[in-house]
Design a protein around this ligand. Structure first.
Ligand code: ADP
Ligand code: MG
Length: 259
């Protein structure tokens, strides 16, 4: 059984069919890239997987349980992690406190106690910061962080619920190429490190840089105008004529698609 099984999910916004009934699987422990031009339906797909958008039709089955109708919070507690957006970190709070918040939200429903809970799971928070290379900055305010470090913090927070599946929609957006490779190498190390655990850690990510996609993905899916037009190994996808024509149709090549 696949870790995540997606069966014919669809979503329209008015007359705009953003996602037209796509099916795919994510296997335990794999790094799977979803690529495609702007407007292809990638973010809509991710938002259906994390519970922010309910599909018009189709099913999403995670570890044998349907996610349809569950809240983002429930889905997160089941072990589907996602990177938080920058705006969702609290600038005036320290890195450690941000990670503690994420740990708190995965552990309990009680937010009201936060004022008295700044010691909650501090050690665990520091351990997560260590994993992403930020432990020496644990007590710094988030607002003082460099952009690349904010992305690392988001990753530490996404790991707070010990996910078996991590959803990352454009994790390296806005990064310079060196930083981008550092973050992806870190994610790849985490995936390799967790291979020994039950179910491991699978990552589904979108990415514009083809260097990153071909450097880090085990498998690649291509979405165009709401349909999956190809999937396979990075090499198979690179050689796929239809994929090349889609990118060329948008004035981009695999060499030059880097947004
Ligand atoms: P991608 O992430 O691949 O760039 P999106 O999933 O964001 O694509 O968008 C797919 C299509 O759905 C686009 O035509 C976009 O304009 C439309 N769309 C996305 N979100 C909304 C929304 N909340 N309301 C209306 N239209 C939307
Ligand atoms: Mg998007």
């Amino acid at each position: 059984m696949s870790l995540l099984h997606i069966q014919q999910i669809q979503k329209s916004f008015g007359a705009n069919q953003a996602v037209k009934g796509i099916s795919f699987d994510v296997e335990a422990g794999e790094m799977l890239a979803m690529i495609g031009p702007n407007g292809a339906g990638k973010s809509t797909t991710f938002n259906m997987l994390n519970g922010q958008i309910r599909p018009d039709a189709g099913d999403i089955v995670f570890m044998g349980r349907s996610l349809i109708g569950r809240s983002p919070r429930e889905i997160w507690q089941m072990g589907v992690g996602r990177t938080f957006q920058v705006a969702q970190t609290f600038g005036s709070m320290s890195l450690a406190e941000n990670v503690q918040m994420a740990l708190l939200s995965s552990a309990s429903k009680v937010y009201a106690l936060w004022q008295r809970a700044t010691l909650f799971k501090r050690d665990e928070a520091i351990e997560l910061l260590r994993l992403v290379g930020l432990e020496t900055q644990a007590d710094k305010a988030c607002s003082a962080l460099a952009y690349g470090d904010v992305k690392r913090l988001e990753l530490a927070m996404a790991l707070a619920n010990q996910p078996t599946l991590l959803l990352m929609d454009e994790p390296t957006a806005g990064m310079a190429s060196g930083e981008r490779n550092n973050l992806m190498a870190l994610i790849k190390d985490l995936v390799l490190d967790r291979k020994s655990r039950p179910n491991g850690l699978a990552v589904l990510f979108t990415e514009h840089s083809m260097d990153v996609v071909f450097g880090y993905a085990d498998r690649v899916m291509v979405l165009a105008r709401g349909e999956l037009i190809a999937q396979g190994s990075p090499q198979e996808v690179r050689d796929h004529a239809l994929v090349q024509s889609v990118y060329l149709g948008y004035g981009q090549t695999f060499q030059g698609v880097n947004a």
